[in-house]
Design a binder for this molecule. Structure first.
Ligand code: GDP
Ligand code: MG
Length: 435
């Protein structure tokens, strides 16, 4: 059974149980442990993880508008994401990338995938054939380059460090990728060669390629290689065919290395940027996980907004949530029409939309402290910094402050007039024939 099927099977112990009780939770835990361990995830990590899930499932309060099943799925999701690390955000700009790893880990194939990835982002890509040891390696890269349509540089058996320098002189591309030679083991010869290439090529990014089927050894390998040259990211290949993907992924994250991409097949398109949240969502296969996560987020935002309305204690965080909830109702035009105002000039509508966007940008470039403490935003130096950060005019920040004060006053007034507040909060805008 692959990891996905195992995890889904575990989740079904909750979603399919007639009653969600301690026994159902225990069944979930046992299945989850089985799935993770058979995918080569470190046993200690598995037990720590499942212990946390159990504790949260039994002790954490369930939000009134979420059911117990949903709560438990969410806990499993969060915990699985946490053992995989963050999403990798590839920078879309000129750069040099060095790709390395042991024999047959999938370096050359991954390079064609990387090339296609950056070409799709409208960057020009060139590759340097640096594997001078394996007889057919240069030809293989040449063919793959032709397939993905990127530039290709080779100079036979020229020593790799010289190839790096000459390749950089010849190729005029935005992204230049160096394909290095693998070895059967990470020996001194390989260390020396890698170090030389690194010094000559001076890469911005260095990707270690490991095959998922080595499982937990992936983490150890990342640790070993990073003693010789920095490892900015790991590419885990053959996620499609391996039963040990879970071990490869978690061990890599555990040793502090970042997972950058995963390979899921032999073709140039079988490749994805690693995003733990997306990965786990798919793995869990809970039909409405996205919707569930969105609901959790909205619930906590709504709670904050409701509290602000009730207490009249307004700050820029709640202001931003209000802006966002207005956007949910729809464009200004729609809101105006809902209020029965049809004769507003188009130009006014567009201006208002634009203004809202600017206000949002301004709040986003405030510090946490400023958002919590609106009086700080009255200080001119701070306003200037916020304007700069948001790319708007100082006058526009001042306008935001004035507006904020007005809204605050309005809510304070509403607070005094409880009856009106009640009426106000009873209006369900979605029932007004909204968007
Ligand atoms: P290198 O020696 O590290 O350059 O490895 P190659 O790129 O030549 O790949 C070795 C073998 O693994 C080839 O047969 C590839 O087609 C295969 N391969 C590479 N990546 C993947 C992958 O993500 N999935 C699958 N199924 N095969 C892969
Ligand atoms: Mg190769």
């Amino acid at each position: 059974m692959d990891l996905g099927a195992g995890v889904r099977n575990a989740i079904s112990k909750i979603t399919g149980a007639s009653v969600v009780d301690e026994k159902a939770i225990n069944d979930l835990i046992i299945e989850l442990q089985r799935a993770l361990i058979s995918s080569d995830v470190n046993v200690k990590l598995v037990f720590e993880l499942t212990e946390r899930i159990k504790e949260k499932a039994l002790k954490e309060k369930t939000h009134p508008s979420m059911n117990l099943r949903e709560k438990i799925v969410k806990i499993v999701y969060d915990e699985l994401v946490s053992i995989l690390g963050e999403k990798y955000e590839p920078s879309i700009q000129k750069k040099k990338i060095l790709v390395f790893g042991l024999n047959a880990s999938g370096k050359t194939t991954s390079i064609s995938k990387l090339a296609r990835f950056y070409i799709k982002k409208n960057l020009k890509v060139g590759v340097i054939a640096g594997d001078i040891h394996r007889p057919a390696a240069i030809e293989q890269l040449k063919q793959l380059s032709a397939e993905v349509k990127c530039d290709f540089f080779e100079k036979g058996k020229t020593p790799p460090k010289e190839l790096a320098v000459e390749g950089l002189k010849t190729l005029k591309d935005d992204v230049i990728i160096f394909d290095s030679a693998g070895r059967n083991a990470f020996d001194n010869e390989m260390k020396k060669e890698l170090k030389e290439i690194y010094d000559a090529f001076k890469p911005d990014e260095t990707f270690l390629v490991v095959s998922a089927d080595i499982g937990q050894v992936a983490g150890k390998q990342a640790q070993e290689f990073s003693k010789t040259i920095p490892v900015t990211g790991v590419i885990i290949t053959k996620m499609d065919g391996s039963g040990k993907g879970g071990g490869a992924l978690t061990s890599t994250h555990e040793t502090g290395a970042k997972i950058a991409f995963i390979g899921t097949g032999e073709k140039p398109d079988d490749f994805e940027v690693f995003d733990s949240k997306k990965f786990i969502s798919r793995l869990i296969g809970y039909p409405d996980l996205e919707a569930l996560l969105e609901k959790v987020k909205e619930l906590s935002e709504e709670k904050e907004l409701a509290k602000a309305i009730e207490t009249g204690e307004w700050n820029y965080t709640t202001f931003l949530i209000q802006l966002k909830s207005m956007k949910k109702i729809g464009p200004i035009k729609k809101i105006m029409q809902l209020l029965g105002l049809y004769d507003i000039p188009e130009e006014f509508m567009e201006k208002s939309e634009e203004k809202l966007k600017k206000f949002e940008a301004a709040v986003n470039s405030m510090t946490e402290e400023e958002r919590k403490n609106p009086s700080l935003v009255k200080i001119k130096q701070r306003q200037e910094r916020i304007a700069k950060g948001a790319g708007i005019k100082l006058e526009e920040v001042k306008e935001l402050v004035t507006n904020f004060d007005k809204v605050e006053k309005m809510y304070k007034g509403l607070k005094k007039n409880k009856g009106m507040l009640k009426k106000f909060s009873n209006i369900d805008l979605s029932k007004l024939g909204g968007v």
